[in-house]
Design a protein around this ligand. Structure first.
Ligand code: AMP
Length: 367
């Protein structure tokens, strides 16, 4: 465990907006500096921290992190597990390679949920057209084929429906996949939790998430339901304990019409559905993560208002600030591209109805 003393340098693998906000939003924590590794030219975090342009398997760069950093964390889950294994032989890496390797693979992730008595939608492993046909016979056609790895924002997912299975299998790129039953959900929520070195778990209230085409469009917090909050926390504790997890881990759930929680997936990092915590909570998820991995105490989470976070996708709107000055606009400085997350909006309100009304009017401008 790292005890915060003199200056410590934290290495972040991945320099996207999550790394950028880890640096910016934890600025009030003293004695912490950052160095970021990212293969792309001027990623968002390069504006706020020293950034090394490099692939994640460059041993020279990894050795530099080993020599200079006190610990390493990640801003996205697809850092090769081998890289994390290499680093963690020499310095602490949070989350560790085991936890990340589970979260990188939908099959391992769902198997872990089931082993931890956390309900999931029925699923089957698919490695061939024949296995896809068998899986569809078991699960039915109201189902989705998802690649086991590298799927995010609805990417690498095919709905089966009336489609021909050989065509779906070809379109999917014949990748190792799972077929999972489509959930007829009432809504979606996520639980953002902070895991300290001492095994303490500190939770934010559930946040309700609204997706379109697999991409998070907006989130509203808190999703107030004491029974579901307790249930989600008990599921979370089983899972994070079995991963020996330190730092922020996020689990996404469907809620069905009978108010059952069904785990969908998890993220071994700070998460888009937690951006509202910057304005809406006493401790934001980025500061919480950096504090937890550095061995600093994390206080109880408190919120006094309702929060909304709306993603800006594809194109930066020009008129949002003139629309309402109480909206905080985050611009990640990324090139505009269809369905790319290039920023977000965040605002709070004591009154939930007022908040939801504002969300509706902004949605009309943004989407
Ligand atoms: P994922 O990449 O698994 O997080 O999926 C992105 C989004 O697609 C989810 O948040 C849901 O809105 C939708 N989705 C994914 N899997 C399912 C499923 N089995 N049933 C219904 N909707 C799903």
């Amino acid at each position: 465990m790292v005890i915060l003393k003199d200056n410590i340098l934290i290495g972040i693998l991945g320099g996207g907006q999550l790394a950028m906000m880890m640096v910016e939003m934890s600025a009030k924590l003293k004695h912490i500096e950052f160095i970021v590794v990212d293969p792309s030219d001027s990623p968002p975090a390069s504006k706020v921290a020293n950034c090394i342009k490099s692939e994640f398997d460059n041993k020279e760069v990894l050795d530099k992190l080993i020599n200079e950093c006190s610990l390493v964390t990640i801003d996205f889950e697809n850092v090769p597990a081998e890289t994390l294994k290499y680093l963690e032989k020499k310095i602490p890496v949070y989350p560790g390679s085991y936890a990340v390797s589970i979260c990188q693979d939908r099959l391992k992730e769902k198997n872990l949920f089931n082993k931890s008595n956390v309900p999931t939608t029925p699923y089957e492993k698919v490695d061939s057209l024949e296995q896809l046909e068998n899986a569809v016979n078991i699960i039915g056609r109201d189902s989705i084929l998802k690649s086991r790895t590298l799927g995010y924002d609805g990417k690498n997912q095919q709905f089966i429906g009336k489609n021909k299975l050989d065509e779906i299998w070809n379109i999917s790129g014949r990748k190792s996949s799972i077929l999972e039953k489509k959930v007829n959900f009432k809504t979606e929520v996520s639980l953002i939790g902070i895991n300290t070195h001492d095994g303490e778990k500190i939770f934010y209230p559930l946040v309700e998430n609204f997706h379109n085409n697999g991409i998070l469009n907006y989130s509203i917090a808190p999703y107030k339901n004491e029974t579901l909050q307790k249930k989600a926390e008990s599921f979370y504790i089983n899972i994070s304990n079995s991963l020996n997890y330190v730092g922020v881990l996020v689990i996404e759930f469907f809620i069905d019409s009978n108010d059952n929680l069904i785990a969908n997936e998890m993220a071994p990092r700070v998460h888009n559905s937690g951006h509202w915590t910057n304005e809406g909570a006493n401790i934001n998820q980025f500061e919480a993560h950096i504090s937890a991995i550095s061995g600093k105490k994390v206080n109880e989470i408190k919120l006094s208002e309702n929060s909304a976070m709306i993603n800006i996708l594809s194109k930066m709107p020009k008129n949002i600030l003139s629309y309402d000055k109480s909206i905080k606009v985050y611009d990640y400085g990324k090139k505009e591209r269809i369905n790319r997350k290039i920023g977000h909006l965040s605002f709070i309100s004591k009154d939930r109805k007022t908040l939801l009304k504002k969300v509706e009017s902004i949605k009309k401008i943004i989407f």
